[in-house]
Every structure is written in C-alpha cells, then in structure tokens.
Design a protein around this ligand. Structure first.
Ligand code: NPJ
Ligand code: CA
Ligand code: CA
Length: 282
C-alpha cells in the first residue's frame, strides 16, 4: 500500500506538463494523507494474513546527500530512488555527491500473499514508514525542481544561436549543405530527422533558421518517391500542411522528388542530389 502511495505520487511528480521547464505541481501532504483511498494502515481486513513478506532490500542509498548523514530506509531503497542532496540553493546545479550507503532497510512491505490472505497487503504499514516516505517525497520534489532549473538553462544554451523550439519540436541547423541522402543520414545519426513542418508555426520557426544561414534553402523530409506528385512524410503519411511556392511542385525535368524551403518559407521540389542546408528536427 505504501508502495502504491509512493508510486502514485511519483507519477504525479514526474508527469511532463507542456514542453521543457514547466512548473511542477506542489503536492500538499495533508491533501494526500486525507485521501483515505491511498493511505491506510489498519490490520489486514479478512482471512488469514499472508506469510511474511520478503525482507526489504538493503537501502542502497542514504537519504541525505551531505557527507556524514545517515542513510535512508529500505522502503525507498526498494524503488531505487536517488538520494537527496543538500547542495546550495540559487543557481540550478546538478552537483552534489552521493550520500553514504544507508543501513539495511526494515522488513519489506510486500511479498507473495498467503493462500487465503489478500494479495495487496502483507503487513501493516506504520506511521514511521509513512513518515519516511514523506521525507523521501520531499527530497524528490527538491531534486525535480533542480532538474527543471538545469534543464531550462540547458535549453537556452542549446537553442542559441542555431536552434528554434516550437511546441514540443526543436529545429537545429547544422550550418552546412549536403545532398538529401547525406542530410537524412546525418539527422538520423543525431537521433533526429529531416524537418517536417506541420503548421505555419513550425514552418516559420524553420524559416528563421534558413534565413539565419545564407545558404539559400534547406531540405525538408518529404519526398514523392513512391508516387510521382504525391509527397509523403518519412513514414509514408500524406501531408497535413504545405506551403508550396506558386507553380510547385512541378517535378522539373522529371527529376524532382525532394523538397527545399527557401528563405521566404516557401517550398519547392528539387532533385534529391542537390546540395542544400542541413537542418534537423528533434
Ligand atoms: C526553379 C524552378 C523550380 C525548380 C528549380 C530547380 O526555381 O522554378 O521548379 O525546382 O528551379 O532548381 C527562384 C526562382 C525559381 C527557381 C529558384 C531556384 O526562386 O523564382 O523559379 O529560384 O533556386 C527565394 C529565392 C529564389 C526563389 C524563391 C525564393 N528566396 O530567397 O526566398
Ligand atoms: Ca517528383
Ligand atoms: Ca520544382
């Protein structure tokens, strides 16, 4: 049950909200304690109790990160939660050494059920266990906050000056030109793909990067390899948005199966062997 509580709160704590750096909901201790559906430590309600749960694993990490502090309890150790550290407030920082290994944890709170016992609860969860969980939750909240700060800083660094973020998407220019095939390979190796602007907002963000470089035009991801004139995304789906220049796509000389974006944001089909600015989408 305590594990259920912890897992529930962990889920809440780690749920992404919007793109990078959104605020984390601050959980009220009272609100959760008052939620009787989550926290109970009454005796097992019916039937014979199951046999004792397995012993808790040794707490792998101390609960406090500052040197010399005692380790945490095995309850949390079972979830392998990173320890809290007491590094300074202010600048977002990921630094802070691991605390010493904690002492062995208390007996485990779960294990296989006995024949007739309920499968959910193996033994009572006492107030001390709950209290330990709360301390760890508060430590986790601190960690999440510091991570958010660090991520926000990292985002700014990363986007300057050759990146743009739009919604959940990030475009980043490589600053050099390649053929479509080389460009596609490079983006893929970087863990991204060629750009697929799916809205005016995305098209505009991408256009800013094309303007930034004086390379004239950048490759997009889409091709009409499979059926002439039917442009698709890499997965084969049809376009949900387009911004073709007047008269395009025209499959000039019957050799244009790739797409470029001009610095005016307009699209044109071009030969895939042409060399264009490499911008990747992540
Ligand atoms: C021409 C054909 C295209 C063909 C392409 C092959 O494009 O119109 O169908 O795929 O050649 O390279 C200007 C002309 C276009 C011409 C392109 C080629 O368009 O108007 O006819 O150049 O690069 C910007 C600059 C040029 C441009 C459109 C926009 N811009 O800076 O935004
Ligand atoms: Ca074509
Ligand atoms: Ca064309």
């Amino acid at each position: 049950m305590a594990m259920l509580l912890l897992l529930s709160v962990l889920v809440l704590l780690t749920q992404p909200r919007g793109s990078w750096g959104a605020d984390v909901k601050t959980l009220s201790r009272k609100a959760l304690i008052d939620d009787g559906t989550l926290v109970t430590w009454s005796p097992v309600e019916n039937g014979l109790p199951g046999r004792d749960g397995r012993d808790g694993r040794e707490g792998p990490r101390g609960e406090k990160g500052n040197p010399g502090s005692p380790g945490g309890t095995g309850l949390i150790g079972m979830l392998d939660v990173p320890k809290e550290d007491n590094s300074s407030a202010g600048e977002p920082g990921l630094e802070g050494d691991s605390g010493p290994r904690g002492p062995p944890g208390p007996a485990g709170v779960h294990g296989p059920a006995g024949r007739d016992g309920p499968s959910r609860i193996q033994r009572d969860v006492g107030p001390q266990d709950i209290s330990a969980l709360w301390r760890h939750l508060e430590a986790l909240q601190g960690q999440v906050r510091r991570l958010q700060g660090a991520l926000l800083q990292y985002k700014k660094v990363e986007l300057y000056p050759k990146g743009r973020d739009v919604g959940q998407k990030v475009f980043k220019t490589a600053g050099f030109v390649k053929s479509f095939y080389q460009a596609r390979q490079m983006c893929s190796q970087a863990g991204g793909q060629l750009p697929s602007p799916r809205s005016t907002a995305e098209n505009h963000a991408l256009q800013q990067l094309v303007q930034l470089e004086n390379s004239g035009a950048a490759f997009l991801s889409m091709t009409d390899f499979w059926k002439e004139g039917r442009f698709t995304y890499p997965g084969g789906a049809s376009l949900v948005y387009s911004n073709w220049a007047p008269g395009e796509p025209n499959d000039d000389s019957g050799k244009e199966d790739c797409v470029e974006m001009f610095s005016n944001g307009k699209w044109n089909d071009v030969p895939c062997g042409a060399k264009r600015l490499v911008i990747c989408e992540f």
